[in-house]
Design a protein around this ligand. Structure first.
Ligand SMILES: Cc1cc2nc3c(=O)[nH]c(=O)nc-3n(C[C@H](O)[C@H](O)[C@H](O)COP(=O)(O)OP(=O)(O)OC[C@H]3O[C@@H](n4cnc5c(N)ncnc54)[C@H](O)[C@@H]3O)c2cc1C
Length: 357
C-alpha cells in the first residue's frame, strides 16, 4: 500500500514515520525548499509522548528535551493564582520545535522526502492514501470540502521567541487583562516564551511595551530576543468530516485550534499514530479523531474565553478568586484532562496488531 503525505511539518513527518511502521510505502511532498520548522518552544504533553513512544522516538525526545512539571498560573504581577504541586503526575517535555521536527525527520530515509513540490490537487497523486497534512490553509481540504468555511481570526495576536534565561524557572502561564504570556524553560540556558494580546488582526503593536510591566523575567526575555515571531491566531471551524475517498485530513489541515492549551502539534502526533493503526480504514480514523479533536478544540476555545479574552475588572477578579480557592487536586485534573489520551489498542476489525518491526 502506498501513501503520499502532503506537507512536511510535524504532522506530515509523524504520519510518514507511523505509516512506515505499519508497513506502508510512503513519500512526503513539501512545498518549501527545505524541511524545517520555525517557531519557538513546544511542550510535548504526556499524550503526545505516548504517540512518540509508539513511533519508537521517545528516548530521543527525552534526551533533547527537559521533563518539567507545570508550575501553574500567575497574575501579571507574578503572584501565583494556581501553584501546581508535583504529585507524581506525568511530566511535560519542554523542547524547541526544531528539535522535535528534527527527530521526526531523522527517522525517515532521505530518498522518500521531496521538497519544492507544491501539491494543488489530490487527483494528481497516484497512491492508495493521500494524507493532507498541509496546514491550516490546506489546499487539499478546500478541494475535498469546497463548502466548508476556512480559517477564522480568533481575536488575538501572538509573539514568540527563544532567549537566554535561567534553567530553574517553572513552566508557567500568566493571565492579565486581555493578554496572556507563557514561559517554557528548555533547561539548557534557553527559555521559550510567548505573549498574546486581544487585538484586531494585523494591529501595529509593540510587545515589549505591552508586556514591559509584567513580572520578571518576561520583560527581559522579550527585550533580549533577537528574532521575535508574530502570528495572528486563527482557528478552523469544526469540519463535518476529516476524510473523503482516499484522502485523509490531518493536523492543522483538519482541526487548527487556538494555542491556549498547547495541544495543536500534540493532536497532529495523535492523528498520525491513529491513522497508521487504522491501516487504510478512513471511516474508523474519522470516527476516532473527530470527537477527540473537537473536545480539545472546544477546550482550547474555552481556555481563551476564561483566559486571554477576559478584560472587565469584575470578571478578572472573579476568575482569579476562583483560581486561588481551587483545590490543588482539581488544578492537576484540569491540566491533565486533555493529556490522558492513550494509543488506541484495537482499531482493526480483524483485531490484528499491524506493527512491522
Ligand atoms: C502562536 C502559536 C503557538 C502554538 N503553540 C503550540 C504549543 O505550545 N504546543 C502545540 O502542541 N502546538 C502549538 N501550536 C500549534 C502547532 O503549531 C500546530 O498545531 C502544528 O504545527 C501543526 O502541524 P501541521 O504539520 O499540521 O501543520 P504545519 O506545521 O502548518 O505544516 C504544514 C506543512 O505543509 C506544507 N505545505 C502547505 N501547503 C502545501 C502544499 N500545497 N503542497 C506541499 N506542501 C504544503 C507547509 O510548507 C508546511 O511545511 C501553536 C500555534 C501557534 C500559532
Amino acid at each position: 500500500m502506498k501513501a503520499i503525505v502532503v506537507g512536511g511539518g510535524i504532522g506530515g513527518l509523524a504520519t510518514a514515520v507511523s505509516l512506515r511502521r505499519v508497513g506502508w510505502e510512503v513519500v512526503v511532498y513539501e512545498r518549501a525548499a527545505a524541511f524545517g520548522e520555525i517557531g519557538a518552544g513546544v511542550g510535548v504533553m504526556p499524550n503526545a509522548l505516548r504517540a512518540l513512544e509508539w513511533m519508537g522516538l521517545d528516548d530521543e525526545i527525552r534526551q533533547l528535551g527537559t521533563p518539567r512539571v507545570s508550575g501553574g498560573v500567575r497574575a501579571e504581577d507574578g503572584r501565583w493564582l494556581v501553584h501546581m504541586p508535583d504529585v507524581g503526575q506525568e511530566k511535560v517535555i519542554a523542547m524547541h520545535r526544531a528539535d522535535l521536527h528534527g527527530v521526526l525527520l531523522r527517522a525517515l530515509p532521505p530518498e522518500i522526502l521531496f521538497t519544492d513540490v507544491e501539491v494543488t490537487s489530490a487527483d494528481d497523486l497516484d497512491a492508495d492514501l493521500v494524507v493532507a497534512a498541509d496546514g491550516i490553509n490546506s489546499r487539499l481540504r478546500a478541494e475535498l470540502l469546497p463548502g466548508a468555511p476556512g480559517p477564522e481570526y480568533a481575536g488575538a495576536t501572538a509573539w514568540r521567541g527563544v532567549a537566554p534565561g535561567p534553567c530553574d524557572l517553572p513552566i508557567s502561564q500568566t493571565l492579565g487583562p486581555g493578554a496572556e504570556a507563557g514561559v517554557l524553560p528548555l533547561g539548557d540556558g534557553r527559555v521559550c516564551w510567548y505573549v498574546a494580546a486581544v487585538a484586531p488582526a494585523g494591529a501595529d503593536l509593540d510587545p515589549v511595551s505591552l508586556f514591559g510591566r509584567w513580572h520578571d523575567p518576561l520583560p527581559e526575555l522579550l527585550a533580549s530576543t533577537p528574532d521575535v515571531l508574530r502570528h495572528d491566531i486563527h482557528q478552523l471551524p469544526l469540519l463535518p468530516t476529516f476524510v473523503g475517498g482516499r484522502v485523509a485530513l490531518l493536523g492543522d489541515a483538519a482541526h487548527a485550534m487556538t494555542p491556549y492549551l498547547g495541544q495543536g502539534a500534540c493532536m497532529a502526533l495523535e492523528d498520525a499514530v491513529t491513522l497508521a493503526l487504522c491501516n487504510g480504514d478512513l471511516a474508523r480514523y474519522d470516527a476516532l479523531r473527530r470527537p477527540r479533536t473537537r473536545s480539545v478544540w472546544k477546550g482550547s476555545r474555552m481556555a481563551g474565553r476564561f483566559g486571554i479574552e477576559l478584560r472587565s475588572p469584575i470578571a478578572l477578579a472573579l476568575r482569579n478568586f476562583a483560581f486561588r480557592v481551587m483545590p490543588p487536586s482539581l488544578a492537576v485534573r484540569g491540566m491533565t484532562q486533555f493529556s490522558s489520551w492513550e494509543v488506541p489498542a484495537e482499531v482493526h476489525s480483524n483485531g490484528s496488531n499491524p506493527v512491522v518491526n
